[in-house]
Write a protein that binds this ligand. Sequence first.
Ligand code: 5GP
Ligand code: ZN
Length: 114
Amino acid sequence: RIMMSEPDCLFCKIIAGEIPSEKVYEDETTYAFKDISPKAAVHVLVVPKHHYANVAELAGADAAQLAHMVQVAQSLADDAFHGAYRLIFNTGRDAGQSVFHVHAHVLTGETLDE
Ligand code: 5GP
Ligand code: ZN
């Protein structure tokens, strides 16, 4: 499968190693790294290497990749916090999406409120 990247995309540059990141997981299709502004004891972003703008675009194009991202999140939380985690996909600027390369926020490592 050809991985498409966007020249002006921050996360494409992180995946390519052009911008440094704290990697926590990588395989052929998927990259995971620590959020630069953590909102929990463990706050990891899980991204497909292929550029999709948001989770709906990803779900329509490659549902197996979306399922794989959930499995990566589960595995990280199995290691960090007995399998408990919060998974967030901000979708659209008015919902808080600021980077338009789909990413799962994985919040774990401590008991979460709400
Ligand atoms: P969004 O607001 O799009 O749902 O999430 C974007 C996330 O990317 C934010 O939580 C933000 O802290 C994180 N972020 C933005 N720029 C960088 C960066 O250069 N490196 C890392 N590791 N995270 C970043
Ligand atoms: Zn991208």
